[in-house]
Design a protein around this ligand. Sequence first.
Ligand SMILES: [Zn+2]
Length: 477
Amino acid sequence: MCNYTADTDSQTILVDGLLKEEFTMKKISKAEYIALRKRGESYMLEPVHDERLKEQLALTGEKLFNFLQQPLEDIRQWQLKRISYLVDYAFENIPLYRNKYSKVGYVKGSIKTWDDFYKLPYLRKEELIEGFPGEIVKDVDDFVLSTRSSGSSGKFVTIAVSEEAIYKDTLQTVRQFNMQSGQKYMPEDTILYIYTCPWWVDNIGGNYKQDYLPTTTRVDVAINHIKATRPRYISTYPTYLEKIASTGVKLSDYGVELVIVHSEQSDAKQRKMLAEALNVEVLDEYSSEELTRIALECPKHHYHLEEDACFIEIIDENGNRVPDGEIGLVVGTNLLNTATPIIRYIQGDLAKITKDQKCDCSNNGRIIEGVKGRNMDSIITDTGECIPASCFMDIAYNWFLVYEIPVHGLKYQFVQTEIGMLDLYIIEGEYSLDLDVVKKAIYTLVPKSTKVAVHKVDKLPYDNGTKYRPVISLVRR
Ligand SMILES: [Zn+2]
């Protein structure tokens, strides 16, 4: 492990005797980048984590579960204290923040009021991508636990995650299902995730088990799995759930009570139709890799901010904070993760914080409305099959997870102009790509008869900088 010695006068940062510039040059090679996820997975799969989580749940569970029932003033006070700690930590340890905050004259201990915090500059995704690896962590070894996101901009970013953040996030999953199920979630219940990749841990001391299927799983196979395992809860993409609903099954017949959808935009009407078709409750989760849980839909259908996971602000396009009730860009500060701190990060989605904050569900987290994020299309094959956009986004993740393609900094867009054809446009990131392997990955999803073309480009065909969409269909329905 290396240690920083920060010299506040000269702003020279020394890392194990190296000048900061030399340290930043310590790049992560292609092979090392690919090995990252596996290192983290095998580390987190050690049973010691399940036991430690069980201890933490016993010690902190009650406080955690009651956090959002506190008066909002108390919640805000806690947030300010946490943010003050995080900003100082980032300033002292993370080169990106050291440089950024030095420029505005920040000195340690400056955050005593919210106005002090609001003076800090915003963080853009590009800064995280360019700062990878050395500028966005204290120590490149912190990338043992890391996560990748293409988010609503479709450009991959790699951030390090601390073990402490993964633990808290796991315990907040228990709180999430307690809340969204109306306190029906039990330690012996299983949640089935139909998702891109499994969560770091799959149980807490033998309880709160998580099962997993990749979204590339055929829907009939997934339904048979649900029949056989009877999970009480499912967490998946709305487009995947639509596909399940299109088969005519009633998930209630297989013991399912609640489905949580996330990662793609879904509206209340769509969720209500899905709930009726499947005879289960369907509620939304608004989250991102960078900020974790942002807001959760309660059983009364309000989106409450997860005030101890991240702190949310809404700004206009000039960067001014907008009053409650007005729509603007979502900016978030991750309150869990210190490995790559995410402070005043422009998330890229639109939303507003409501003026009326009353809800009878007893959650005092601020309420947001009108979240607009990814609006995506499905792709139609020549056999008439409709493949949800989420599957294509998962394929993009699988370039990394399964096909060992280093995705950092890469940006992509799938475009379907006519049935039976599919074009993929890629702007290369940090590492060079083998397009044949990319193509091979796409054919795991579409039939062999589909004409797939992969193009390396400098600019994506449908990207005007504001409303980027990773999967676009121009086929008339
Ligand atoms: Zn509520």
